[in-house]
Design a protein around this ligand. Structure first.
Ligand code: NAD
Length: 895
């Protein structure tokens, strides 16, 4: 079925519903239903079989629910209505609660019931209950609903308050007044108030004269004080006395002045110096704790197995948390155990770097850099731990670097029902690090790996297991999962194969290190991510702000405003991207390519020259249209063709057509093959003096009696738009502005428009010709690439091409570059145009095999070719503009 999700956010429930339905073969389109218009447009376009609203705060327009079945997932028992269902259930200490799936109708939450589930309540926060009990119940109910819908015979049950089993009622929206805390109240009551507002909206309270929303409440059994007093701090949390005990509060959100939004941070961070007098009460990592308290990282040991728990709020790991976890790991590595189980937290395994802490830093770019280094340091310790076998036990969801963190273990197991997001790009095209270019291809190979990092979709544990990302998934409830993991770990520790497995692990690491040092992976990843943090592309910073502030960046955040301007609306697109609606190239630059190395295989991204050429053509057309009045005439281009070479005929026609599209006045001077050289020279001089002609190209090949040297020397440098003359070549060599040979310039255009990094990279060019190899090498040098030129006399060509991060082939030999000559993940630009005996055209690169190893590749035809022509026109427009201003390129650049 084609199912459309209308949701306010693609949260844990909607992601889980998405993966469950996709796994069952349905097509699911997730729509962030920001307005009625969006909903109407999507329904009109997609004509879905069914609409599901997993978490929708908006009303579905009547015209939609009157024509389509719309199922609302409501976190309440039958009869319950209103926006604060779960909040009331927690505050009122209900013992049982539920989920209903009802049909959208005229009245909110009052439609006919398709399915319902109930569950026992436990002492968790609203978000914990939502992520576990509510989600499980909703998924079961949704699957039942879909089966009923497909049966076409089921009639949903109308809501009838006269029935005894309908216990729920319409409840008002909960207000801050309902949540207000009196600290003399008992712990249990205060806990319920904080938990029923966690993670949204938080309970508003005053702490040390600061108005804050409270989150992350945990009971404390030992510490005591005057009610309301702050009595201790630990791991970023504060402990506050209640009427009969104390409560830890891990996170606060300062109430923004003038209603400005702010965001959640660890409590000690928000209160800062105000807590100077409060004592820190650390708990040793392995201190057994049979009382209730709060700690982020702890360790237990049983039967030669060590269990390392790290329960970070929302799975975010700050620089400090990464460092503390690494230190903890180094300590427990000293223990005489055999297996270490990395338990993560119950709600989240890990979600990678801590975007809120980064946002709160004085210099977010620097803090991003520190945070990723701290993550990398931690992951490196896991990868290189040769003393133990490591198990990652994913009890909760994981995303981005958090997924990669798990892959550093020797075995990866997950609780059934968690959702994984093994990609970074949704966060403003973030490249990611954590040695993912080493760890991911070890588990997921080829096109699948690329799909994972590119599609930006959540995946189920079922899919993760199928593609090899994890080893197994079992048990849906947390307690059974723990038990299963314990058994597995103990069996491993006592296995007679244990020593052999450890030995094999050491050998594998040694081999991997010899093939490519870990440090090299790290440095390569960091080069890319450095550009995300410090480079000109500000999308990561914008996306982070958007994420942290939930899309409402405060007006006082000047950096946010300027970033928004710079990013020119990319913010919204990133949000869509995160929601899995937009993928690929849709907004300007190509997303950072994946840099797989070693033996991994992949399917390369196809660099579509036609699309780029259309983009440039549109830009040129705009430029010409805007300036034509000022210039007094259109740009003029003259193509001179001597003789009737078929290929040059096709080329001329294509240029004429394209020039017309752009608004260039292009003409062809067709001369006989017998035209004397001096006659051709006279024509060129005449064209040099013709003020209506701004660019001249002479088609190659020329007849034998005409010297190419004469032609290139005669064309005026100001009209040499193909950059073939000695003047242009000299300027290029000296690094001065010049017209460029169009094929070489087309290669540069592709590299630049796809944001392929060149600085310091190894670029190998197979060609030393005057039109491709030599000029291209000069241009690449200007971009600080490390350039190697190969040619017909180069020995051991493959040894050089294998080093290339970027490989350009322009030898004119059909399919000479084969897969084994290409480094995994390299960008391959194929300039060659070779006619086959059967009339087909192929490049210099064996496309079919190379695309399996390269990161990106240009096809032939459809790669460099279309761009060559458009670059020529671009330079013609440039010559026209300079002529209008009475400048040549050099003086223009100097002015
Ligand atoms: P060329 O013959 O002038 O240059 C070929 C270069 O390749 C020389 O430098 C030569 O030393 C080198 N070479 C040849 N055999 C080699 C080998 N076995 N190993 C290593 N190097 C080798 O040709 P050109 O005019 O520069 O064109 C090269 C190719 O590019 C041709 O296929 C041509 O059709 C194509 N081309 C395409 C475009 C386009 O728009 N896409 C434009 C111009 C040329």
């Amino acid at each position: 079925m084609k199912i459309v999700f209308f949701t306010t956010a693609h949260n844990s429930l909607s992601q889980r519903a998405f993966v469950e339905l996709v796994d069952r073969g349905h097509t699911v389109i997730v729509v962030i239903a920001s307005s009625e218009e969006v909903m109407l447009e999507v329904v009109d376009r997609e004509q879905p079989d069914l609409i599901v609203a997993p978490m929708l705060k908006k009303v579905i327009p009547a015209s939609i629910w009157q024509q389509h079945t719309c199922i609302i997932v409501h976190p309440g028992i039958k009869g319950d209505r209103g926006p604060s269902s779960l909040d009331w259930a927690i505050l009122n200490a209900c013992e049982e609660w539920g989920v209903i799936l009802l049909q959208a109708g005229a009245e909110m939450d009052a439609g006919d019931i398709w399915a319902s589930r109930t569950f026992s309540m436990r002492g968790g926060s609203k978000s914990q209950l939502y992520r576990h009990e509510v989600t499980e119940a909703a998924i079961q109910g949704l699957l039942e609903t879909i089966a009923k819908f497909e049966s076409k015979t089921f009639v949903p049950e109308p809501l009838d308050y006269s029935r005894e089993d309908i216990k729920g009622r319409l409840q008002a929206a909960m207000k801050q007044a309902d949540r207000a805390i009196d600290w003399a109240e008992p712990t249990s009551s205060i806990l319920r108030k904080i938990r029923c507002a966690d993670s949204f909206p938080g309970v508003l309270d005053t702490i040390l004269s600061m108005q804050c929303y409270l989150y992350g409440a945990h009971e404390e059994d030992a510490l005591r004080g005057t009610p309301g007093e702050i009595i201790a701090k630990r791991d970023g949390a504060i402990c506050r006395a209640t009427g009969d005990g104390a409560i830890w509060i891990t996170h606060l959100k300062q109430k923004g002045t003038d209603g400005q939004p702010s965001f959640k941070l660890p409590a000690t961070h928000v209160l800062g110096e105000r807590l100077a007098h409060i004592s820190d009460v650390p708990l040793a990592l392995d201190q057994a704790c049979d009382r209730r308290t709060y700690r982020e990282i702890w360790y237990e040991e049983r039967q030669a197995v060590g269990y390392l728990h790290f329960e970070f709020y929302n799975g975010a790991m700050s620089t400090d948390q990464c460092q503390r976890l690494r230190e903890a790991f180094l300590l427990i590595r000293q223990r005489p155990t055999k297996v270490i189980v990395l338990m993560g937290g119950t709600d989240f395994w890990s979600n990678g770097i801590h975007l809120n802490m980064i946002e709160a830093a004085d210099d977010p770019a620097q803090e991003s850099w520190r945070n990723i280094h701290a993550m990398n340091d931690l992951v490196r310790e896991l990868i290189t731990a040769e003393s133990h076998l490591l198990i990652a036990a994913l009890q909760g969801n994981a995303g981005a670097g958090g997924v990669i963190l798990a892959l550093a273990a020797d075995s990866v197991y997950a609780r059934k029902g968690i959702v994984l997001n093994p990609h970074y790009k949704g966060m403003g095209n973030l490249y990611g690090s954590e040695y993912w270019t080493y760890l991911l291809p070890k588990r997921v190979r080829g096109a699948k790996a690329r799909e994972l990092t590119e599609a930006l979709r959540p995946i189920s544990t079922r899919t993760a297991q199928q593609i090899g990302l994890i080893d197994d998934a079992f048990e849906e409830d947390a307690a059974s999962f723990h038990e299963h993991i314990r058994k597995l770990a103990e069996e491993l520790a006592s296995s007679h194969l244990y020593e052999q497995m450890l030995q094999e692990k050491r050998q594998r690491r040694k081999n991997d290190e010899e093939r490519k040092p870990l440090q090299a992976y790290r440095e390569e990843e960091l080069q890319w991510i450095w550009m995300n943090f410090f480079g000109a592309d500000r999308r990561y910073h914008m996306a982070r702000k958007n994420f942290v502030y939930k899309g409402i960046i405060p007006s006082h955040d000047k950096s946010g405003a300027s970033l928004e301007r710079e990013s020119g609306g990319l913010l919204m697109k990133d949000a869509q991207l995160a929601a899995g609606q937009v993928t690929g190239w849709h907004y300007g630059g190509r997303p950072a390519r994946d840099n797989y190395c070693g033996e991994a295989s992949m399917t390369a991204e196809i660099l579509d020259g036609r699309a780029l050429s259309a983009e440039i053509k549109a830009e040129l057309h705009g430029q010409v249209r805007r300036s034509v009045e000022k210039q007094g005439q259109a740009p003029g281009l003259m193509i001179v063709r001597v003789g009737s070479d078929a290929a040059s005929g096709v080329y001329s026609k294509a240029i004429l057509r394209m020039a017309e599209d752009v608004g260039i006045n292009a003409r062809l001077a067709q001369l006989s093959v017998k035209t004397p050289a001096d006659e051709l020279q006279a024509l060129l001089v005449q064209l040099n003096n013709d003020r209506a002609v701004h660019g001249i190209i002479v088609q190659m090949p020329l007849p034998a009696h005409v010297s190419q040297k004469m032609v290139t020397a005669t064309i005026a440098p100001s009209k040499d738009i193909d950059g073939i003359g000695p003047h242009s070549a000299g300027n290029l060599f000296l690094g001065l502005p010049s017209f460029l040979p169009s094929t070489a310039a087309a290669v540069m255009e592709i590299l630049e428009r796809t944001q392929t990094p060149l600085e310091g990279r190894q670029v190998v060019v197979i060609s030393r010709s005057n039109v491709v190899g030599k000029p291209l090498a000069m241009m690449l040098l200007q971009k600080n690439a490390t350039v190697t030129i190969c040619h017909s006399r180069t020995t051991n060509l493959a040894a050089l091409t294998c080093q290339a991060d970027v490989l350009v082939a322009a030898a004119g030999i059909a399919r000479m570059v084969r897969a084994e000559m290409v480094k995994s993940g390299a960008v391959v630009i194929d300039v060659g145009i070779n006619a086959l005996p059967d009339g087909g055209i192929v490049g210099d690169v064996d496309f079919a095999s190379v695309r399996e190893v390269a990161g990106a590749i240009t096809p032939v035809p459809g790669g460099v070719g279309p761009l060559t022509k458009v670059v020529l026109l671009k330079q013609c427009v440039q010559a026209w503009q300079l002529a209008g201003e009475n400048k040549d390129l050099k003086s223009a650049a100097l002015l």
